[in-house]
Ligand binder design. Structure first.
Ligand SMILES: NC(=O)c1ccc[n+]([C@@H]2O[C@H](COP(=O)([O-])OP(=O)(O)OC[C@H]3O[C@@H](n4cnc5c(N)ncnc54)[C@H](OP(=O)(O)O)[C@@H]3O)[C@@H](O)[C@H]2O)c1
Length: 209
């Protein structure tokens, strides 16, 4: 697939780099295509092309959003997503590792409100970037689970394929409003690892009898 990344930092680069190795074509979407972040990412993976954001959306099959949550409204409102899949990898995090929207609504639903004609799917948020760089667990015979949420089944199927390429099993948790619960799972992971000293290379697994 052709994949556009708005945001190519810790999360965006880890996903883009691993998906490029699975033969996807990567476009960094940035209105300053000569910015330091874009140049740095291209130094690390010279196959990445860069385009202004709306142009990247035009060529992409799927668009990833991996930016600081507070930047999202300004980035998204001018864009037209042409009914394409927008993967929301962002998390609204508030003071003391709390939910940045006071748990009243998910960040993903706000992203949907700000994104004309996008099919938003929440994914890749429930772990730190370490598990997006490397999702292998050679000592176990189950794959780590990636929980997703969204309102459009075709878009969720697309994200499921990308999850598989990244080494995850997909668990569809339901419609986009489920993202609020996923964002709380993120906070749980972040508090455990970043505040309480758990190892960052741990994930959740789905076991069903
Ligand atoms: N870090 C984690 O472990 C982790 C895990 C899962 C989810 N998340 C979530 O993922 C998101 C990104 O986190 P991160 O750690 O990857 O952040 P990061 O390393 O700071 O990267 C942020 C990226 O967003 C870009 N960006 C900011 N404003 C932009 C704009 N107006 N247009 C285009 N690009 C813009 C930055 O590029 P410039 O510098 O050029 O602006 C940079 O490439 C956050 O919402 C975070 O909560 C983080």
């Amino acid at each position: 697939m052709k994949l556009a990344f708005i945001g190519i930092g810790n999360v965006g680069f880890a996903l883009a780099n691993n998906l490029q190795k699975k033969n996807h074509e990567i476009f960094i979407a940035h209105n300053d295509t000569k910015s330091e972040s874009v140049i740095n990412a291209q130094k690390r993976n010279s196959t990445f092309k860069a385009l202004p954001i709306q142009e990247a959306i035009e060529v992409a099959d799927v668009i990833f959003l991996a930016t600081p949550f507070k930047a999202n409204e300004e980035i998204l409102k001018p864009l037209n997503f042409k009914r394409k899949t927008l993967v929301d990898c962002t998390n609204p995090v508030g003071g003391g590792i709390s939910h940045g929207l006071e748990s009243k609504v998910s960040g993903a639903e706000k992203v949907q409100d700000w994104s004309a004609n996008a099919n938003v799917v929440k994914s890749f948020t429930i772990y730190g970037f370490e598990n997006l760089e490397n999702s292998t667990f050679p000592n176990y015979n189950v794959k780590p689970i990636m929980m997703i949420a969204g309102n459009n089944d075709d878009s969720k199927k697309q994200v499921g394929l990308l999850n598989s390429d990244l080494g995850f099993d997909t668990l569809d948790t339901g419609n986009l409003s489920q993202s609020l619960h996923l964002e709380h799972m993120t906070l749980l992971w972040v508090k455990m690892v970043r505040a309480n000293g758990h190892h960052p290379n741990f994930t959740w697994a789905y076991l069903e009898r």
